[in-house]
Design a protein around this ligand. Structure first.
Ligand code: GLC
Length: 409
């Protein structure tokens, strides 16, 4: 079976969160199950030179974006046995960072349409096109509107996966024709709540909709979790499934991970983790005490990650003899809070700002306890990595946390 996996990010080429991790590891994992999976993603300007050098140029073509036609270059690269296609348009993708631009809606409308145009130029006929999150939610929409009548597109099935329902790709109705390129006569596919909503279009048009854990698949039918989309999902619940993500256990292996201070296996975990803890305490100028429980947390500082809960219990936590290391960046209100908390507990708490994958691995390896009290969590990968590195996860019972962590209480 041929699968084309469409994502706005895939590690190691570009990753800002869990979608990038999954896009980097799932295609490789299913390849071992006799599925020929190829990945397509944008060619971002800040992709590392070491990968850029390995790209092979295939061709270029034009892509309709509303009433315009835009250039699209097509490159390919094989990495870990998986073929990646990169779609190039410097106007859209030669920027610093992946998202957060005023024209994100146009950038990913272009990308989604370009994926379907690309199929005229490659030697790969997918049986399944797998779109992920709002950035590629328009792929099944365009497929049905503009390509279905063509022989090679007729029998393609589509899967749309929701990695996080909070981010839907919502824009004013005025973009419908000029940017998204969908006529008024088909506006009902994308219209929701008076807006153009890319995710809603993906849910409506894909043959199957999945999300990244069985519990989250049930939760998003409820308004508390759905960010407004529960009526749409309830209508389409016949095609909604939850499939739990996994992690790449080769890439995340404390026995071989070059980022940790000392490698260890399950058998040598006691000494190995002790050395990682000592070295992390030294690196972060915390008192080097083997006996104190070290709590780790690696997260985006967003409300749904449970940051308010951490804020709320912080002072109480430090009435106990613990050390706490937090790595992450995000909303300024939390960043400020944790900076101030570090000033108040300089011997107990370190706040490291940023998205720093290597430091994250050092924290997993050093921590005794891993904290992940998300209010909602579609799947969550950090708790799985924590288990792999021998840190005991303490999580809230929601979404993928519920499905991946067994309660020992
Ligand atoms: C998103 C979700 C996270 C999930 C990841 C990969 O980042 O917030 O829970 O693990 O996608 O599916």
């Amino acid at each position: 079976m041929n699968v084309l996996f469409c994502a706005s990010e895939a590690a190691p080429f570009a990753a800002s969160g869990g979608l990038g991790d999954v896009a980097g590891s799932l295609p490789r994992a299913i390849r071992n199950r006799k599925v020929a999976c190829r990945v397509v993603m944008p060619l971002y300007g800040d992709m590392k030179q070491e990968y850029r050098e390995k790209l092979t140029y295939i061709t270029n073509f034009t892509v309709p974006v509303g009433w315009r036609n835009q250039y699209c270059g097509l490159f390919e690269l094989t990495h870990n046995g998986v073929k990646y296609y990169f779609l190039d348009n410097e106007y859209y993708f030669k920027r610093t960072g992946l998202y957060g631009f005023y024209d994100d809606g146009e950038r990913f409308a272009f990308f989604s349409r370009a994926i379907l145009e690309m199929l005229f130029h490659v030697d790969f006929v997918p049986d399944v096109i797998h779109a992920n999150d709002w950035q590629t939610a328009l792929v099944p929409v365009y497929l049905n509107l503009y390509y279905r009548h063509l022989e090679q597109y007729r029998s393609i099935k589509t899967v749309f996966t929701i990695h996080n329902i909070q981010y839907q790709g919502k824009y004013g109705m005025e973009v419908l024709e000029d940017v998204v390129g969908v006529p008024q006569s088909s506006r009902q596919i994308l219209e929701f709540d008076g807006c153009v909503n890319y995710m809603k279009g993906g849910i409506e048009t894909a043959d199957a909709v999945t999300t990244v854990s069985p519990t989250y698949a049930g939760e998003i039918l409820d308004p508390w979790f759905s960010w407004g989309l529960d009526p749409i999902l309830r209508e389409r619940s016949f095609k909604l499934h939850g499939i739990l993500n996994g992690i790449d256990t080769v890439g995340y292996d404390p026995a071989t991970d070059p980022a940790v201070f000392a490698n260890y296996t399950a058998e040598t975990a006691q000494e190995g983790k002790a050395e990682n803890k000592r070295a992390l305490q030294e690196r972060l100028s915390l008192p080097q005490r083997p006996d104190v429980p070290l709590i780790g947390m690696v997260t985006r500082l967003a409300s749904h990650k449970g940051m308010d809960l951490v804020k709320y219990i912080a002072d109480e936590l430090f009435t106990r003899d613990v050390q706490f290391v937090l790595l992450g960046s995000g909303e300024w209100i939390y960043e400020n809070f944790f900076r101030e908390l570090q000033d108040r507990y300089p011997d107990r708490f370190r706040y490291c700002v940023g998205f720093l994958p290597e430091l994250a691995r050092k924290i997993y390896a050093a921590a005794d306890i891993f904290l992940m009290p998300s209010k909602s969590e579609p799947c969550g990968l950090a708790q799985m990595v924590a288990c792999r590195y021998g840190a005991v996860p303490v999580v809230r019972e929601t979404g993928g946390l519920k499905d991946s962590i067994r309660d020992c209480g």
